[in-house]
Design a protein. Sequence first.
Length: 479
Amino acid sequence: MSTEIWAQFLERLKNQVNDRSLTYLEGLSCRCMTDQQWDLCLPDRSTLNFVESNLSDKIYDVICDVLKSHSLNTQISVSYSLENDNSREEKTEPGFLFDPIRVVDISKQNIQKAAFQVGRSFLFPASEDSPIVSSIEAREASHLNPNFTFDNFIKGGSNEMAYCAAKAVAANPAGAYNPLFIYGGVGLGKTHLMSAIGNEILQTSNLRVRYMTSEEFTNNYMEAVHDGRMKEFRDEVRKNYDVLLLDDIQFIAGKEGTQKEFFNAFNDLHSANKQIVLTSDKHPQEIKDLEERISSRLVSGLFVDIQLPEYETRLEILRKKSHLQNFYLPDDVAQYIAAKVNSHVRDLESCINRIKASAEIHNEHISMALAQKMIEPYYQSRTVLLDPDAIMQSVCRYFGISLDELLSKSRTKPIVYPRQIAMYLARTHTSLSYPDLGRAFKRDHSTIMNGVANVKKALSDKDAELQFDIKRLEDELFK
């Protein structure tokens, strides 16, 4: 009976939450189910925190609905714990209405029993144009790095939206976001996330996946032109694959022939309902010499950015990387590196490699002294504080308004929007208190607090336009 109740609960819950929430529920399992208590488990701390904060009421209501439909007691308590937390004692006393059930990570079981699926079924039917191929053949043809998966991607606030979008695309190719465009600086995980999409699709469907860099696309195109093999080249890109993963699209900028061929290929793939995922180091509108018609295509689906990892994510990356390399990184050393190196993932990997190599060469333990010796000369903490006047001037230039308008009493959106962005930037990149900022903006300090809070909330809600504007302004301020 408990298995039936669990299945009904999953079915009802997945119909009552949005796609983004579903990605957080993929690893949901049940440690113990009784007539008085349900202990639900989630795979990691960030997922557990999100579910408890945003979905617990919905989950409780669905549980009660299911129990009510079976004429069972609805006055129960629901608790949450980590999947690998063995410190909790499971209740097994007699007298329960139904036996406790354990469903361990059901999202990894047979597809018919999966906890949740985002969008359509994972089981894509084969067609004449899309024959089933062996996993070895499919992987070789994909050119994917099998080590880049969702399981070993460290997610945090800096990449959460990109991660969730990638998971949705992997679960529902050409049905969730098409195209998906991921952009951000070097070494932040764009290629990893793109490859994770391809690897998951290969594991869960018979779709044909192809990963290639834009440089490879360009070289193949030029060789096809030179050798008179354009038909073969076009068939390779447009007919032989169901999912195209194209890395570093900024490489085709300024290459007229390549851009024309990409534009036509994009249109054919999209019209054929084939998934396209692209990455770049910049937003499409920031890529110099990229044709406007291509830029508009790139943002026609969903575009998401990956920011520099925040402290908590950097710390988790360090722990994960050291674990993969089979060596112990003391917590104080990991915390020191995470605080000192506020750049991309590759720099964090470099720190680990330097410390590990030194310890092995000199046969010494990894310590704070060793970490400081190996890192201090190369990475200095950057604390750049700006002047609020410089921030206001930059904001005025960007939005095409005057300083008088910015500081005026106007409450129209064209003025309030840049004004609050200026307040947010001034609060983030200066050492001034709210009263000091109030004097700079000729406002009461509570007005500054409110403006900053409004921007922070919009950023947490993933306001794409606001994210884009702030990134452009920060790039200008720190160039």
